[in-house]
Design a protein around this ligand. Structure first.
Ligand code: NCD
Length: 307
């Protein structure tokens, strides 16, 4: 047993052992009945503080915390005193004063959870900070891939779309590299990071979508993060689909048993064709199901203090 950290701020500080321990615990939660672990967080309070839109992440953190017996409170930026000029730190300190044990934070500023964590006694979980990290998404993606493929080492994973602004791409590239998968990144040149190699020694940039997808075991499609685009860096949806959309023809370049992932929200007809999104290779809703188990494992580890 290793002492677990108090916070989950990103994939970057985790080693392969810490990642595997979360995935193993998630496996147990996944197999259990929804009411089998009601005592794990009994008497604890979890706050979902979301300063950006969310459907899957917020709901699955809430479901996970409730299934573990916690009291759950949701704060949404539009309805909070942030709109009256309160700082993020003051908001967090006020939540803490109410006896909160875990704050699950989504924030548009990269590094927001890293700023808060050392200033709080509550545990902090990063549910997406700007274009930086989204660790539980990468963990649930890894869980889904592992379930389908038996493991991650040696797999070829193509991640396609707006890589530059995607915290999902970043966390996934870091995690997959740590667990021995090869990562190919593809997207419009203006939406690719300049230093892809900083994401890990197994991360390469492919010039075209076809190059990334050919022979891949896993194809992960990403939406264009329109809210993070500084200017008009891309063409229309139709032009984008023609160059970077995952069609059945393009998917046929991947391995025969390849699977398709998307963290959601999908923009059908732009980065992904509906025939692919709803096709037999798609594990998109399995990712969503995995999210509850993975977030249960993360919350349980942070609160119990062991991994
Ligand atoms: C992602 C996010 O918010 O980073 N969605 C999610 O959490 N499932 C991806 C996105 O917004 O495109």
């Amino acid at each position: 047993m290793r002492p677990a950290p108090r916070h989950l701020l990103g994939i970057e500080p985790l080693d392969a052992g810490a990642i595997t321990s979360i995935l193993d615990d998630a496996e147990r939660f996944f197999a259990a009945k929804p009411d089998a672990h009601r005592d794990v967080l009994r008497g604890r309070t979890v706050v979902n503080a979301f300063f950006e839109a969310s459907t899957r992440t917020r709901c699955s953190f809430e479901i996970a915390a409730k299934r573990l017996g916690a009291d759950v409170v949701n704060v949404a930026s539009a309805a909070s005193s942030v709109t009256k000029g309160e700082t993020l730190l003051d908001t967090a300190k006020n939540l803490e004063a109410m006896g909160v044990d875990v704050i699950v934070l989504r924030h548009p500023a990269s590094g927001a959870p890293h700023f808060l964590a050392p200033r709080l006694t509550a545990s902090l979980v990063n549910a997406g900070d700007g274009a930086h990290e989204h660790p539980t998404q990468a963990l649930l993606d890894a869980f889904t891939i592992k379930k389908k493929k038996g493991g991650l080492a040696g797999l070829v994973v193509a991640i396609c779309g707006d890589i530059l602004h995607s915290r999902v791409a970043r966390s996934n590239a870091l995690l997959l590299g740590k667990l021995g998968a090869e990562v190919r990144l593809a997207g419009p040149r203006t939406l690719l990071p300049r230093e892809a190699s900083a994401l890990g020694p197994t991360v390469v940039v492919a010039p075209r979508l076809e190059d990334a997808v050919t022979g891949a075991d896993v194809v992960m499609m990403l939406r264009i993060q329109t809210e993070r685009l500084a200017g008009a860096m891309i063409s229309t949806g139709r032009d984008y689909a023609r160059a970077f959309g995952l069609s059945p023809t393009r998917l046929a370049l991947a391995k025969k048993d390849a699977i398709v992932l998307h963290p959601g929200p999908m923009n059908r007809g732009v980065e992904i064709d509906s025939r692919v999104a709803d096709g037999p290779e798609s594990v998109i809703l399995e990712q969503v199901a995995a999210g509850v188990a993975v977030r249960s494992a993360v919350l349980a580890q942070l609160v119990s203090g062991t991994a």
